[in-house]
Design a protein around this ligand. Structure first.
Ligand code: NAP
Length: 315
């Protein structure tokens, strides 16, 4: 069952008023949906801090944004490589020193469909290391600032969470046996969702203020597969992108911008396109499979994530 709750067009940026005085921190914002989300937020006067891994690509993105919105557009960049926890710690420290208020932290960056098992600097399989562990630590480091700002955390997930094992493979999180690109990606996105839903529970128990929302961009024409996928997956996605089953990166950005700005959204939910197969179409509430918030697995993943990253949340 899908439900746009915003009428037949679903949520669009037309719902946004001025965002002057608001600050958004977003990961992986130099391309794809992250870049398009940045464009929408800046167009409404928000302040934007990008956490990206490439200084060169970030400078190019900022130049483009300033060209579009004028030199006074408030957009800046802090280098952060999610595949290296030391870099995540350093970037978070810089955010805490320079960004007094965070209305939303949008966890958008990811890699996908990495054809062979690769390890991050900290020896995690690259997709769970980058997509889940990197963001797990980043959110933990910035949580108090977000909470005091009455802000939110937005997790950009993927419908891929339905395509893998549909649970967490605790005995082989690094896929040392039987590595499969798609299953490893799917598991990393499921882990991000479970982290988000467990965080909601912990925030409730601790009577904190921050909200956590989960969304996905559907199938959107971005550089995701080009960046890290195999030749075959690039070819297949390239062909699919020519069909109506894939939408623009701009439309793919709507769910994350909605989750960062719209009031009255549900928390135990997944927002994204509600059209064909939930890959495209009007943005609203999508189907959420119960295994994505299986309490026992979420709790176990949280503990394991703290242990593996050597980072303890205060919640
Ligand atoms: N496109 C889709 O159809 C689709 C479907 C489902 C879910 N998603 C999700 O949508 C989100 C956005 O992806 P996208 O499609 O817009 O892809 P994209 O254009 O490739 O953008 C991904 C961003 O993440 C950054 N990134 C990758 N590894 C990083 C690292 N180690 N540290 C910091 N940043 C890193 C990339 O930086 P570089 O430019 O330096 O590589 C890029 O800016 C992801 O969470 C993805 O899982 C996308």
């Amino acid at each position: 069952m899908t439900d746009t709750q915003f009428g037949s067009k679903g949520w669009t940026p037309e719902r946004l008023g001025s965002l002057a005085g608001k600050t958004y921190v977003i990961t992986g914002a130099n391309s794809g949906t992250g870049f398009e989300a940045s464009r929408i937020l800046l167009s409404k006067g928000a302040k934007l801090v990008m956490l990206n891994r490439s200084a060169e690509k970030s400078a190019a993105a900022i130049e483009k944004l300033k060209h579009e919105f004028g030199s006074s557009a408030d957009v800046s960049f802090i280098r952060m490589d999610l595949a290296e926890l030391a870099s995540v710690h350093a970037a978070a420290t810089e955010v805490l020193e320079t960004v007094p208020q965070i209305d939303a932290l949008i966890c958008n960056a990811a890699i996908a469909q990495v054809p062979m098992q690769k390890l991050t600097k900290d020896d995690f399989e690259s997709q769970i290391g980058t997509n889940h562990y990197g963001h797990f630590v980043l959110c933990g480091k910035l949580f108090d600032r977000i909470d005091l700002s009455l802000g939110r955390i937005v997790i950009v997930a993927s419908l891929g969470y339905k395509m893998g094992l549909r649970t967490i493979q605790f005995d082989d999180l690094n896929w040392d046996n039987n590595y499969r690109a798609n299953s490893a990606y799917s598991q990393s996105k499921l882990a991000q969702m479970m982290f988000a839903y467990e965080l909601q529970d912990r925030i409730n128990t601790a009577n904190k203020n921050a909200k956590v929302h989960v969304c996905h961009p559907g199938a959107s024409a971005t550089s995701l597969i080009k960046t890290s996928g195999s030749l075959t997956s690039r070819f297949v996605f390239g062909l699919m992108s020519l069909s109506p089953m894939v939408q623009s990166a701009k439309k793919g950005a709507y769910p994350e911008v909605m989750c960062a700005t719209e009031d009255g959204l549900d928390q135990r939910a997944l927002y994204g396109p509600t059209g064909r197969m939930e890959w495209v179409g009007p943005v609203g509430k999508c189907t959420l499979e119960p295994y994505a918030y299986d309490k026992e697995t979420m709790g176990r993943l949280w503990g394991r994530s703290e242990k593996d990253t050597n980072f303890s949340w205060k919640l």
